[in-house]
Write a protein that binds this ligand. Structure first.
Ligand code: SF4
Length: 455
């Protein structure tokens, strides 16, 4: 039996049989106390139990103290989380004030050096560097009872992990496990782990691997679930339900976040709806389905008298679970005898089975976002949705956005207030394009590269 660790985040305990909870993230400037506090309260009021803020600098990390105090004065004592991503110095300061600090193993110490091979000695040497650098952070967390999230992102694995394991679910798992083992060597256990990807099958595979391996190794820490850069609208909701819901239905996951490129408040009711449906804490029975054994086998799912939202969540989760066991390429969803073909197509695309339009990867935005990503995503989608098979990333900042746009064919990335950089794969093609003309510039670049098709 594995030792199950419960984690305290402020006054909330997660892990074990504790309830599964939804969390969210601000998209405000963390230096702006008033605006950030206002949005955090909106998120708490909407049902989020934990709110994360981006911390880009030591000043922002220090301002968490004012944010926390202001929230407490207003009667809100729920936990706040600092997202420090790649800056150990910021993480060490944030650990004094936040209830939890998120760090990313992919860039916490390992820097991008365009290095493509690592000997076994170099690999271990880097691990030692990470261990040394984590010591002060761990001590501060212990002193302040601060929790940590080891937050791995598929799009930002270290060069060292990429060399050894490739850009794979295994690479995500190994990145997290290295940090887990270092924390355990320091006798620090107040942490959760997340393995996020924008591609749903990778996110599922990595989390199942983590779940199994932790049990095998005899310890179990809480898992935070999320599909990152999911975009907006039905596509994003399908991806989130498929990834998060299918894992919850397997009894995996303790906290969740649905990331949408929409108003952050929109994320919470949908996240809570997924929890409501699938937070059973033990593996649920496989859903009922019909298999049409024609020459091309087709799964048929039926939902009579369900709301549209419940059909979306249930069909995304049910098909993902069925497909995890046996791979099927065709899906029909029926509601009171009416076929939901558009939804079937979105589900098939979210699992990488069949592409019927362009695929969009878009970040939910945060304090680093320098342009109106919600509007920009809409403009990009309007012009390019018909480009079946193309992957287009719309990201809020050049700091993390480029790494995290994964294997997108084109990138449309916020470079400054009202400015956009456009990429072909990871190569920059146009810099600082004014927002008003940036979508036309993207279309021009797609045309010049031979990937454009008229509607
Ligand atoms: S890519 Fe988006 S969510 Fe990620 S740090 Fe940049 S703006 Fe924030």
């Amino acid at each position: 039996m594995a030792t199950i660790y419960k984690v305290k985040i402020g006054d909330i305990e997660i892990g074990g049989q504790n309830p599964i909870i939804a969390q969210s993230m601000t998209n405000t400037n963390t230096l702006d106390t008033e605006v950030s506090v206002k949005q955090i309260i909106e998120l708490f009021e909407a049902g989020s139990k934990i709110v994360r803020l981006s911390c880009r600098s030591i000043k922002e990390a220090e301002n968490l103290k004012n944010i926390k105090e202001s929230l407490q004065k207003k009667g809100y004592n729920l936990p706040i989380v600092a997202d420090t991503h790649f800056n150990p110095a910021v993480a060490e300061v944030a650990a004094n004030y936040a209830d939890k600090v998120r760090i990313n193993p992919g860039n916490y110490v390992d820097k991008r050096r365009q290095k493509i091979d690592f000997s076994a000695e170099e690999h271990l040497l880097e691990r030692e560097k990470i261990k040394d650098r984590l010591q002060r952070f761990v001590e501060t967390c212990k002193q302040n009872s601060t929790a940590v999230r080891i937050g791995v992102n598929h799009g930002s694995l270290s060069e060292r992990m990429l060399y050894r394991y490739g850009n794979t679910a295994r690479g995500m798992y190994e990145s997290a496990m290295e940090f887990i083992e270092i924390f355990r060597e320091y006798n620090f256990h107040n942490f959760v782990i997340s393995l996020k990807a924008s591609y749903v099958p990778s996110m599922i595979e990595a989390n199942i691997m983590l779940h199994k391996q932790m049990q095998k190794k005899g310890f179990y820490y809480p898992i935070h679930l999320g599909v990152t850069e999911a975009g907006d609208g039905e596509e994003a909701r399908v991806k989130s339900a498929a990834g998060i819901g299918s894992l919850l239905a397997k009894g995996i996951g303790d906290t969740i976040r649905v990331s949408l490129t929409e108003d952050p408040v929109e994320e919470i009711p949908f996240a809570n709806k997924i929890i409501e449906n699938y937070a059973g804490r033990s593996e649920q029975n496989m859903p009922y389905y019909e298999l049409n054994k024609s020459s091309k086998p087709q799964i048929i799912l039926k939902y009579d008298n369900f709301t549209d939202e419940d059909i979306l969540i249930n069909s995304a989760v049910d098909f993902t679970r069925i497909n995890y066991e046996t791979s099927y390429k065709r899906l029909k969803i029926l509601s009171n005898g009416i076929a939901k073909n558009e939804l079937s197509n979105i589900i098939l695309q979210s699992l990488g089975i069949k592409y019927s339009k362009a695929e969009f990867i878009a970040c939910p935005s945060c304090g680093r976002t320098l342009f109106n990503i919600i509007d920009e995503l809409q403009k990009v989608k309007q012009k390019t949705s018909h480009l079946k098979g193309l992957k287009i990333a719309v990201m809020g900042c050049i700091v993390n956005g480029i790494g995290e746009m994964a294997d997108a064919d084109y990138g449309y990335v916020g470079a400054g207030a009202g400015k956009v950089n456009i990429y072909k794969k990871k190569q920059i093609i146009s810099k600082n394009v004014a927002e008003e003309i940036a979508v036309d510039e993207l279309v021009k670049i797609i045309q010049e590269n031979g990937d454009w098709k008229e509607l």
